[in-house]
Design a protein around this ligand. Structure first.
Ligand SMILES: [Zn+2]
Length: 90
């Protein structure tokens, strides 16, 4: 076995894995800020945090219902910040 062969086999396995897992979802237009790129295969729908404008997978986001709207945050901290900002305006 040459290293090149191992490399090719690795790629083939990767492609096979991709086929099994399913087609890759379309990427969001390059507006994403760094941070959420762990290369995990499980990618949820990305939602934007209105406070720090980070994109987080919906499944991992902190959800908040406010004014009949749904908001998603990267953390509880951003959620609190958001509520404080809303509170200041009124
Ligand atoms: Zn945030």
């Amino acid at each position: 076995m040459t290293p090149l062969r191992l490399f090719i086999i690795g790629i083939l396995l990767f492609i096979l894995y991709r086929l099994l897992v399913g087609p890759k979802k379309k990427r969001m237009g390059g507006k994403k800020k760094g941070g959420v790129s762990s290369g995990g295969a499980i990618q949820d729908v990305l939602v934007e945090d209105p406070v720090c404008h980070t994109y987080i997978p919906k499944g991992q986001a902190v959800q908040l219902h406010h004014d009949k709207k749904k908001y998603y945050f990267c953390s509880d901290k951003c959620c609190e910040t958001f509520l404080k900002q809303k509170g200041d305006k009124e």
